[in-house]
Write a protein that binds this ligand. Structure first.
Ligand SMILES: C[S@@+](CC[C@H](N)C(=O)[O-])C[C@H]1O[C@@H](n2cnc3c(N)ncnc32)[C@H](O)[C@@H]1O
Length: 252
Protein backbone atom coordinates (compact mmCIF):
# COMPACT_ATOMS: atom_id res chain seq x y z
CA UNK A 1 0.00 0.00 0.00
CA UNK A 2 1.35 3.46 -0.95
CA UNK A 3 1.44 5.58 2.21
CA UNK A 4 3.47 8.54 0.94
CA UNK A 5 5.97 8.01 3.79
CA UNK A 6 9.45 7.06 2.63
CA UNK A 7 10.73 4.21 4.81
CA UNK A 8 14.36 3.06 5.00
CA UNK A 9 13.22 -0.43 6.01
CA UNK A 10 14.55 -0.27 9.58
CA UNK A 11 11.59 -2.21 10.94
CA UNK A 12 11.97 -4.96 8.35
CA UNK A 13 15.61 -5.47 9.44
CA UNK A 14 14.84 -5.57 13.16
CA UNK A 15 11.22 -6.77 13.29
CA UNK A 16 10.60 -8.94 16.33
CA UNK A 17 14.02 -8.44 17.93
CA UNK A 18 14.83 -4.70 18.07
CA UNK A 19 14.30 -4.55 21.83
CA UNK A 20 16.81 -7.41 22.29
CA UNK A 21 19.54 -5.12 20.88
CA UNK A 22 19.30 -3.01 24.04
CA UNK A 23 18.63 -5.66 26.68
CA UNK A 24 19.93 -3.66 29.64
CA UNK A 25 16.89 -2.01 31.24
CA UNK A 26 19.21 0.33 33.16
CA UNK A 27 20.30 1.98 29.88
CA UNK A 28 16.69 2.67 28.97
CA UNK A 29 15.78 3.82 32.49
CA UNK A 30 18.68 6.30 32.52
CA UNK A 31 17.53 7.82 29.21
CA UNK A 32 13.93 8.05 30.42
CA UNK A 33 15.05 9.79 33.64
CA UNK A 34 17.31 12.13 31.65
CA UNK A 35 14.46 13.17 29.36
CA UNK A 36 11.99 13.53 32.22
CA UNK A 37 14.43 15.75 34.17
CA UNK A 38 14.97 17.97 31.10
CA UNK A 39 11.27 18.34 30.27
CA UNK A 40 10.52 22.07 30.53
CA UNK A 41 6.83 21.50 31.29
CA UNK A 42 5.55 17.93 31.72
CA UNK A 43 1.97 17.87 30.52
CA UNK A 44 2.61 20.61 27.95
CA UNK A 45 3.31 18.17 25.19
CA UNK A 46 6.01 15.70 24.18
CA UNK A 47 6.98 14.53 20.70
CA UNK A 48 9.46 11.81 19.76
CA UNK A 49 10.96 11.53 16.27
CA UNK A 50 11.76 7.90 15.46
CA UNK A 51 9.70 6.44 18.31
CA UNK A 52 10.36 2.87 17.19
CA UNK A 53 8.86 0.25 19.48
CA UNK A 54 8.20 2.84 22.19
CA UNK A 55 11.18 1.66 24.26
CA UNK A 56 11.61 5.20 25.61
CA UNK A 57 8.25 6.86 24.89
CA UNK A 58 6.11 4.32 26.77
CA UNK A 59 7.90 4.57 30.14
CA UNK A 60 8.44 8.33 29.66
CA UNK A 61 4.71 8.91 29.16
CA UNK A 62 4.08 7.47 32.62
CA UNK A 63 5.80 10.51 34.16
CA UNK A 64 5.28 13.33 31.63
CA UNK A 65 1.88 12.50 30.16
CA UNK A 66 0.92 11.82 26.54
CA UNK A 67 3.70 11.39 24.00
CA UNK A 68 3.23 11.61 20.23
CA UNK A 69 5.58 9.21 18.49
CA UNK A 70 6.44 9.64 14.82
CA UNK A 71 8.13 6.84 12.88
CA UNK A 72 8.46 5.94 9.20
CA UNK A 73 8.44 2.18 9.84
CA UNK A 74 5.07 0.40 9.91
CA UNK A 75 6.71 -2.62 11.58
CA UNK A 76 8.21 -0.58 14.43
CA UNK A 77 4.88 1.18 14.98
CA UNK A 78 3.07 -2.18 15.01
CA UNK A 79 5.44 -3.37 17.76
CA UNK A 80 4.67 -0.17 19.70
CA UNK A 81 0.91 -0.64 19.30
CA UNK A 82 1.20 -4.20 20.60
CA UNK A 83 2.72 -2.87 23.85
CA UNK A 84 0.07 -0.17 24.46
CA UNK A 85 -2.32 -2.46 26.40
CA UNK A 86 0.45 -2.92 29.01
CA UNK A 87 0.32 0.79 29.83
CA UNK A 88 1.74 4.06 28.56
CA UNK A 89 0.11 6.92 26.71
CA UNK A 90 1.76 7.11 23.29
CA UNK A 91 0.05 8.04 20.04
CA UNK A 92 1.84 6.33 17.15
CA UNK A 93 2.03 8.41 13.98
CA UNK A 94 3.29 7.10 10.66
CA UNK A 95 5.42 9.93 9.34
CA UNK A 96 8.82 11.08 8.17
CA UNK A 97 10.80 13.31 10.53
CA UNK A 98 12.15 15.26 7.53
CA UNK A 99 8.68 16.45 6.59
CA UNK A 100 6.42 15.87 9.61
CA UNK A 101 4.28 18.78 10.62
CA UNK A 102 1.30 19.35 12.90
CA UNK A 103 -0.78 22.17 14.33
CA UNK A 104 0.30 21.07 17.83
CA UNK A 105 3.30 22.56 19.60
CA UNK A 106 5.34 20.63 22.16
CA UNK A 107 7.35 21.60 25.24
CA UNK A 108 9.78 18.74 24.56
CA UNK A 109 10.77 17.26 21.22
CA UNK A 110 13.40 14.52 21.26
CA UNK A 111 15.10 11.93 19.07
CA UNK A 112 17.29 9.35 20.80
CA UNK A 113 19.31 6.21 20.13
CA UNK A 114 20.87 7.71 16.99
CA UNK A 115 17.58 8.22 15.17
CA UNK A 116 18.89 11.45 13.63
CA UNK A 117 21.86 9.49 12.23
CA UNK A 118 19.43 7.28 10.26
CA UNK A 119 19.28 10.26 7.93
CA UNK A 120 22.34 9.82 5.76
CA UNK A 121 22.93 13.29 4.34
CA UNK A 122 23.61 16.56 6.15
CA UNK A 123 20.69 18.10 4.26
CA UNK A 124 18.23 15.52 5.59
CA UNK A 125 19.60 15.82 9.13
CA UNK A 126 19.22 19.60 8.90
CA UNK A 127 15.66 19.22 7.63
CA UNK A 128 14.68 17.00 10.58
CA UNK A 129 16.16 19.44 13.12
CA UNK A 130 14.27 22.26 11.40
CA UNK A 131 11.01 20.25 11.62
CA UNK A 132 11.65 19.59 15.32
CA UNK A 133 12.41 23.26 15.98
CA UNK A 134 9.22 24.37 14.26
CA UNK A 135 7.17 21.99 16.41
CA UNK A 136 8.52 23.40 19.70
CA UNK A 137 6.38 25.70 21.83
CA UNK A 138 8.05 28.95 22.96
CA UNK A 139 10.49 28.05 25.74
CA UNK A 140 10.47 24.44 24.52
CA UNK A 141 13.49 22.16 24.40
CA UNK A 142 14.91 19.85 21.74
CA UNK A 143 16.98 16.93 23.04
CA UNK A 144 18.99 14.70 20.71
CA UNK A 145 21.09 11.60 21.35
CA UNK A 146 23.25 10.12 18.65
CA UNK A 147 26.52 8.38 17.73
CA UNK A 148 29.68 10.30 18.55
CA UNK A 149 31.83 10.46 15.43
CA UNK A 150 35.29 10.74 17.09
CA UNK A 151 34.61 7.71 19.31
CA UNK A 152 33.43 5.58 16.38
CA UNK A 153 36.52 6.53 14.36
CA UNK A 154 38.75 5.66 17.35
CA UNK A 155 37.02 2.28 17.67
CA UNK A 156 38.23 1.48 14.13
CA UNK A 157 41.90 2.26 14.98
CA UNK A 158 42.54 3.57 11.45
CA UNK A 159 40.91 0.63 9.66
CA UNK A 160 37.77 0.80 7.54
CA UNK A 161 36.39 -2.44 9.04
CA UNK A 162 36.21 -3.86 12.52
CA UNK A 163 34.19 -6.43 14.43
CA UNK A 164 33.21 -6.53 18.06
CA UNK A 165 31.09 -8.71 20.32
CA UNK A 166 28.92 -7.76 23.28
CA UNK A 167 28.04 -10.78 25.43
CA UNK A 168 24.61 -10.85 27.10
CA UNK A 169 24.08 -12.33 30.57
CA UNK A 170 22.26 -15.43 29.29
CA UNK A 171 24.81 -18.12 28.36
CA UNK A 172 25.45 -18.44 24.62
CA UNK A 173 23.88 -15.10 23.75
CA UNK A 174 25.13 -11.70 22.64
CA UNK A 175 25.48 -9.40 19.67
CA UNK A 176 28.35 -9.40 17.20
CA UNK A 177 28.68 -6.28 15.10
CA UNK A 178 30.51 -6.00 11.78
CA UNK A 179 31.27 -2.32 11.42
CA UNK A 180 32.37 -0.56 8.22
CA UNK A 181 33.26 3.08 7.68
CA UNK A 182 32.21 4.31 4.24
CA UNK A 183 32.76 7.55 2.36
CA UNK A 184 30.69 10.59 3.29
CA UNK A 185 30.81 9.90 7.06
CA UNK A 186 28.56 6.88 6.52
CA UNK A 187 28.75 4.00 8.99
CA UNK A 188 27.33 0.59 8.17
CA UNK A 189 26.74 -1.93 10.93
CA UNK A 190 25.52 -5.49 10.52
CA UNK A 191 24.43 -6.92 13.86
CA UNK A 192 24.17 -10.66 14.47
CA UNK A 193 22.12 -11.59 17.54
CA UNK A 194 22.96 -15.00 18.99
CA UNK A 195 19.89 -16.31 20.79
CA UNK A 196 19.67 -18.90 23.56
CA UNK A 197 17.85 -21.39 21.31
CA UNK A 198 20.87 -21.45 18.98
CA UNK A 199 19.25 -19.33 16.25
CA UNK A 200 20.60 -16.03 14.97
CA UNK A 201 19.11 -12.84 13.57
CA UNK A 202 20.88 -10.41 11.26
CA UNK A 203 20.08 -6.72 10.87
CA UNK A 204 21.98 -4.05 8.94
CA UNK A 205 21.76 -0.32 9.47
CA UNK A 206 23.36 2.60 7.69
CA UNK A 207 23.85 5.81 9.63
CA UNK A 208 25.70 9.09 9.17
CA UNK A 209 28.23 10.09 11.80
CA UNK A 210 28.12 13.56 13.32
CA UNK A 211 29.78 15.65 16.01
CA UNK A 212 28.00 17.94 18.47
CA UNK A 213 29.28 20.90 16.41
CA UNK A 214 27.42 19.52 13.36
CA UNK A 215 24.17 19.33 15.32
CA UNK A 216 24.70 22.77 16.86
CA UNK A 217 24.98 24.12 13.31
CA UNK A 218 21.66 22.54 12.28
CA UNK A 219 20.00 23.83 15.45
CA UNK A 220 21.28 27.40 15.09
CA UNK A 221 20.11 27.46 11.46
CA UNK A 222 16.67 26.45 12.76
CA UNK A 223 16.61 29.31 15.29
CA UNK A 224 17.52 27.27 18.37
CA UNK A 225 20.11 28.09 21.01
CA UNK A 226 22.59 25.35 22.04
CA UNK A 227 22.22 24.66 25.76
CA UNK A 228 24.20 21.57 26.85
CA UNK A 229 26.29 18.60 25.68
CA UNK A 230 26.63 15.36 27.62
CA UNK A 231 28.12 11.90 27.33
CA UNK A 232 25.53 10.33 29.61
CA UNK A 233 22.01 11.12 30.66
CA UNK A 234 23.15 11.59 34.26
CA UNK A 235 24.80 14.85 33.16
CA UNK A 236 28.35 13.56 32.58
CA UNK A 237 29.96 16.23 30.37
CA UNK A 238 30.61 15.51 26.71
CA UNK A 239 33.80 13.62 25.89
CA UNK A 240 35.22 12.60 22.53
CA UNK A 241 35.73 9.03 23.76
CA UNK A 242 32.08 8.32 24.61
CA UNK A 243 30.15 6.29 22.03
CA UNK A 244 27.06 8.49 22.21
CA UNK A 245 26.40 12.12 22.98
CA UNK A 246 23.30 14.02 24.03
CA UNK A 247 22.74 17.68 23.30
CA UNK A 248 19.91 20.04 24.07
CA UNK A 249 18.61 23.25 22.51
CA UNK A 250 16.08 25.84 23.54
CA UNK A 251 13.68 27.91 21.57
CA UNK A 252 13.61 31.53 22.70
C1 LIG B 1 17.55 3.31 16.36
S1 LIG B 1 15.81 3.27 16.20
C2 LIG B 1 15.35 4.14 17.68
C3 LIG B 1 13.98 3.74 18.19
C4 LIG B 1 13.60 4.35 19.55
N1 LIG B 1 13.71 5.79 19.55
C5 LIG B 1 14.47 3.80 20.66
O1 LIG B 1 15.19 4.58 21.31
O2 LIG B 1 14.44 2.59 20.91
C6 LIG B 1 15.54 4.49 14.93
C7 LIG B 1 14.09 4.66 14.52
O3 LIG B 1 13.99 5.77 13.63
C8 LIG B 1 13.06 5.44 12.61
N2 LIG B 1 13.35 6.30 11.44
C9 LIG B 1 14.38 6.22 10.58
N3 LIG B 1 14.27 7.16 9.63
C10 LIG B 1 13.14 7.86 9.91
C11 LIG B 1 12.49 8.98 9.29
N4 LIG B 1 12.99 9.56 8.21
N5 LIG B 1 11.36 9.44 9.87
C12 LIG B 1 10.83 8.86 10.98
N6 LIG B 1 11.41 7.79 11.59
C13 LIG B 1 12.54 7.31 11.06
C14 LIG B 1 13.29 3.95 12.36
O4 LIG B 1 12.20 3.35 11.71
C15 LIG B 1 13.50 3.46 13.78
O5 LIG B 1 12.29 3.08 14.38
Amino acid sequence: METGVEDIGYGRQFEGWYDRLIPDDRVTAEAVRGLRDRHPAPGAGTLEFGVGTGRIALPLSRSVGPVTGVDSSPEMLAALRAKLPDGGDVTPVHGDMRTYTSKSRYALVYAVCATLSCLTTPEDQRRAVRRAADLLAPGGRLVLETHNKPAILALHEGRARTTYFVPYPEPGTGVQTHSTLLDGDLWQCSHILYQSDGTTRVGTELTRLTTPDDIDGYARAAGLEPESRMSRWDGTPYSEGAPLFMCSYVRA
